[in-house]
Design a protein around this ligand. Structure first.
Ligand code: MLT
Length: 272
């Protein structure tokens, strides 16, 4: 796995790159960064060309002030692919906020997509209660900084079994979140709060789609993925056991096996 940098939209964007073949682009969640995809970059480099950027402001990408939106992130990703000279169709994989961005990307750039992988995410917009919670998080972040958000989120991010038995993974997740800039965190909160309802998009999805919720997700219950499965024609649902909101990190073996199978079943014509 190589760490590289590009400047496709006037700010420097860091990304990890591994493998060859069909491009598989990973989009991280809030308030995370590309390091959350390390188990995929390590475990799947024999099946695809894996790309995992840090979204603007996150990880090692430049801290750019918000507000952000899911459409803005989708445009960043399209510009990122252009800068890499990738014209063939890609598979797009998003976790949670990354999934909200996948829906925005689908609405704008469907012709660039060969398949979707949606993990620990939902189609619906924020409820009024969730919007209120975004405002409270914004206030907390402004007053007490990024770490206050990290500590508030951490107990809910991982499955109880993960938190109880894998202190090293809890610490790793904390470290990943702690590198998020305040600009990105505040920008994300606007993107999350203002994102549109993607439920109408589900019926429009015409490409192979894999849904990978965590069985013990305390932030987005796996029933959300069951509802998406019912609405996306031909989609495949696999609930990842022993995993909460970060199934790819908590159970990389099951996650990677499901992705590998999905990629192997993509027909060559779907990639043209
Ligand atoms: C995420 O992991 O990206 C967030 O939990 C998404 C959200 O809060 O809706």
């Amino acid at each position: 796995m190589t760490s590289l940098n590009l400047r496709p939209r006037g700010f420097s964007m860091a990304y990890s790159d591994a493998g060859k073949g069909l491009p598989l682009l990973f989009v991280h969640g809030y308030p995370l960064n590309r390091r959350m995809w390390d188990p995929q970059l390590q475990g799947l480099s024999d099946v695809a060309h894996l790309l995992a950027p840090d979204l603007r402001g996150h990880g090692e990408s430049q801290a750019v002030p918000g507000p952000y939106s899911v459409d803005l992130f989708a445009d960043d990703l399209a510009a990122f692919l252009d800068a890499l000279g990738i014209r063939q169709k890609i598979v797009l994989c998003g976790l949670s906020m990354g999934g909200y961005i996948v829906f925005a990307f689908y609405r704008k750039y469907a012709a660039r997509l060969a398949g979707l992988i949606l993990t620990a995410t939902r189609a619906a917009a924020d409820t009024p209660q969730a919007r209120l919670a975004r405002d409270q998080s914004t206030e907390l972040a402004r007053q007490q900084g990024v770490n206050a958000i990290v500590e508030a989120m951490l107990p809910k991010l991982l499955a109880p079994v993960t938190s109880q038995t894998r202190p090293e993974l809890v610490e790793q997740t904390r470290q990943i979140m702690a590198t998020t800039s305040l600009e990105a965190l505040l920008g994300d909160l606007v993107a999350l709060k203002e994102r549109p309802d993607s439920t109408p998009t589900l019926a429009e999805i015409q490409i192979p789609t894999l849904l990978l919720p965590g069985a013990a997700d305390q932030i987005i219950p796996f029933q959300e993925a069951q509802a998406m499965h019912a609405a996306i024609r031909g989609s495949v649902l696999e609930v990842i056991p022993q995993a909460g909101h970060l199934p790819n990190l908590e159970n990389p073996a099951a996650f990677n096996a499901a992705v590998r199978l999905f990629l192997n079943h993509l027909k060559p014509t779907e990639m043209l």
